[in-house]
Design a protein around this ligand. Structure first.
Ligand SMILES: Nc1ncnc2c1ncn2[C@@H]1O[C@H](COP(=O)(O)OP(=O)(O)OP(=O)(O)O)[C@@H](O)[C@H]1O
Ligand SMILES: [Mg+2]
Length: 451
């Protein structure tokens, strides 16, 4: 790591003498003639250590020190003091300087001091980077993925999460929209406050309205007391509206108002309630198409979609398969008390060849069933659900157009038999016919009917 040092002194000789010495030590050095110039340069960034004279025209060294330390806590600042002004140096240390040098400067001492402070600085920076890395891993711990499309998702999440902007997450069923919503909340300044989830499709229109906004006592039959809605529960936190495409027009209007004015009334109530809620919505519907059809309000769509986040289907990011597979294997092996070494090549090939219409959820279920089914310590293609295994295990059967039913049957039986290595019992199982039937047919065609 190459460090950059800024030296500030109004005396040219000192400035240049120190600079030359530190350059010889291998540092990058810049100089400034007074406090103002130094502060300007410092604010541009990338200075790792500051050496400043105390008494200078314009912005004094003391003042420069205070500003630099308050703007960049932890930055090492060494002050230079003239003879007999040790009191000033002590004061400077109190204000955040890490050490001082008296003039005339002992260059050997300077080298030592700078080396020590920069080593310390490097450790601090390394520690900070590690902490950031850990924090990132922690936040996305539940979300596996290193493919380019997923990195883009993580990047958008990291950038949008700290703001208050509404986020609309779209993507097919099972791609991980809810996990993305969790990550957004966890990465936001609201993470200590509640994340409240509402599955809009699961609730009938009337119920959804009172679920979201609460109701007053007597608002409808059965409303025996005032009840807070999810908006109030999510105050200062995040409200996740899942399957937003399913809400009816009435609720859409009310929702639009909350998004615009941050206010609403409980069902059957007059009192206006104000809330501070960050909205994250998700849908697997094409909302644009729903707007065209008149099912979804365009104004609401734009309010929700301040930041849009598309989670791509698994078939478009098969690079994520190895990580997802091993994460799920680990999870379900632990859950089932099994020790598993992994998955064999044939099984892996089958998982890659499959299209995953149910996305990550389907993969997760598939791995759970494989872990439960397997007898060995390695998952094989036979442990996978038939849907996934079928395509790969047996390849395709080609039947020429114009074949009769009998000819087609012959081809199906012969090809399956050959894919099963001539094993008639297994062929009968795959074709779901009795062994006797299979033998009879083979005998009819002049093939050996016996095993
Ligand atoms: N990147 C991922 N890493 C690990 N697990 C994932 C990932 N994406 C999704 N999952 C898992 O897959 C399942 C489905 O995810 P989730 O419920 O977030 O999908 P969804 O997009 O909300 O689906 P739906 O539209 O059906 O509600 C969950 O069990 C989730 O933990
Ligand atoms: Mg979901």
């Amino acid at each position: 790591m190459q460090f950059k040092i800024l030296i500030v002194d109004d005396e040219k000789n000192i400035r240049e003498g120190l600079a030359a010495s530190l350059e010889m030590d291998g540092y990058q050095v810049e100089t400034a003639v007074d406090g103002d110039a130094a502060l300007k340069r410092f604010r541009k960034g990338d200075i790792d250590l500051l050496i400043t004279d105390l008494r200078m025209p314009g912005l004094s060294g003391e003042e420069l020190l205070k500003r630099v330390v308050s703007e960049t806590p932890g930055i090492p600042v060494i002050v230079l003091t003239g003879h007999g002004t040790v009191d000033n140096a002590v004061e400077a240390m109190r204000n955040g300087a890490c050490d001082f040098l008296t003039k005339p400067v002992d260059l050997g001492h300077l080298t030592q001091l700078v080396k020590r402070e920069l080593q310390r600085r490097e450790l601090v920076l390394k520690h900070r980077r590690l902490e950031e890395e850990l924090e990132h891993q922690k936040l996305f711990r539940t979300m596996v993925g290193t493919s380019a499309p997923m990195r883009q998702v993580f990047d958008t999440v990291s950038r949008a999460a700290p703001s208050k902007a509404s986020i609309l997450i779209t993507g097919e069923s099972g791609v991980g929209k809810e996990l993305v919503a969790d990550a957004i909340h966890d990465l936001s300044p609201r993470k200590q406050k509640p994340l409240v989830k509402v599955h809009c499709a699961a609730l009938a229109a009337g119920i959804l309205e009172s679920e979201l906004f609460g109701h007053e006592k007597g608002a409808f039959t059965g409303a025996t007391s005032r009840t807070r809605g999810r908006f109030e529960m999510a105050n200062e936190g995040t409200l996740f509206l899942d399957e937003i495409g399913e809400i009816d027009q009435n609720v859409q209007i009310k929702l639009l108002r909350v998004l615009q004015e941050k206010k609403f009334e409980r069902v059957g109530g007059e009192e206006t309630v104000e809330v501070d809620v960050r909205i994250v919505a998700a849908t697997n519907k094409d909302l644009k198409a729903e707007i065209e059809k008149g099912n979804f309000r365009e104004d609401l769509y734009y309010r929700l979609n301040v930041v849009s986040l598309l989670v791509p289907p698994l078939r478009e990011r098969k690079d994520d398969l190895p990580l997802l597979i091993s994460a799920f294997l680990k999870e379900f092996a632990a859950e089932n008390g099994k020790t598993l070494e992994g998955i064999d090549d044939k099984a892996r090939a089958a998982l890659y060849a499959y299209d995953w219409p149910g996305n990550v959820r389907e993969l997760r279920n598939c791995m759970e069933s494989a872990v439960v089914m397997t007898r060995g310590s390695v998952i094989t293609a036979e442990d996978l659900p038939p849907m996934i295994r079928a395509r790969n295990d047996f390849g395709w059967i080609r039947i020429p157009l114009g074949s009769t039913l009998e000819e087609a049957e012959k081809i199906i039986i012969r090809d399956t038999l050959s894919a099963q290595g001539g094993n008639k019992s297994r062929t009968a199982v795959v074709l779901a016919v009795g062994r006797k039937t299979l033998h009879r047919k083979l005998a009819e065609w002049g093939e050996n009917g016996e095993d």
